[in-house]
Design a protein around this ligand. Structure first.
Ligand code: TYD
Length: 205
């Protein structure tokens, strides 16, 4: 797409420590002098924050699966347009907490809507912008779910999260050049070290 910056995403199921690791990585990159933009989905823009409230409100129990897919995609389209692309054009490293893989895993695999149409919708919504590197933090849902709260998505069952995790691992096996699986069952320090090693190698490419 001819942008100057570098784009990486973090993925994983709820409670896996993704946001903490993204935060630690951003601090380390900044202390090394990089210009970094740390952002997240859903909700990385003012419009997206409103979409996030629609998506996660536990009262919205009548929301259809297709509506859910389209709202996540709309949030993402706005995020790419307003935040991610401008930062890449300025030459920054963009660290994004969740991106298209979350829709593939949570809606495509978790809700069993299939990956294909979700990929197509998101390809269009993002104008085909794909991260160069995706760090998939992987852990068993039995371990991670004790850490999460009770929004509309988080109140889904353990069975659902098992499908989401398998979905993420399937995505990783299908895109080995982009997605690196990180064992998130280890200590936070150990995971941060693993993440740093992977990112350092990637930056030197
Ligand atoms: P996130 O902001 O990562 O969670 P938290 O509220 O813990 O900060 O994501 C919110 C929820 O949205 C989370 O359960 C994952 C879900 N999600 C999807 O189902 N599909 C998507 O495309 C995205 C981006 C998130």
């Amino acid at each position: 797409m001819g942008v100057r910056g570098r784009f990486l995403s973090f993925e994983g199921i709820d409670g896996v420590g993704k946001s903490t690791q993204a935060h630690r990585l951003v601090e380390r990159l900044q202390s090394d002098g990089y210009s970094v933009l740390h952002t997240r989905e859903p909700g990385g823009t003012a419009i997206g924050a409103k979409i996030r409230r629609l998506l996660l409100d536990p009262n919205h129990d009548t929301m259809g699966c297709r509506t859910e897919v389209l709202l996540y995609a709309a949030d993402r389209a706005q995020h790419v347009h307003e935040v991610i692309l401008p930062a890449l054009n300025r030459g920054s490293i963009v660290v994004c907490d969740r991106y298209v893989d979350s829709s593939l895993a949570y809606q495509g695999f978790g809700l069993e809507l299939g990956a294909e149409s979700i990929q197509t919708i998101n390809d269009w919504g993002t104008a085909h912008l794909v991260p160069e590197l995706t760090l998939l933090l992987d852990a068993e849902p039995e371990t991670t779910l004790v850490r999460v709260g009770g929004d509309r998505i988080e109140t889904r069952t353990l069975e659902y999260y098992r499908k989401v995790r398998e979905g993420f691992l399937t995505i990783a096996s299908e895109a080995p050049a982009r997605v690196v699986v990180v064992n998130a069952m280890l200590s936070s320090d150990r995971v941060a070290d693993d993440v740093w090693r992977i990112v350092e190698t990637w930056l030197s490419r």
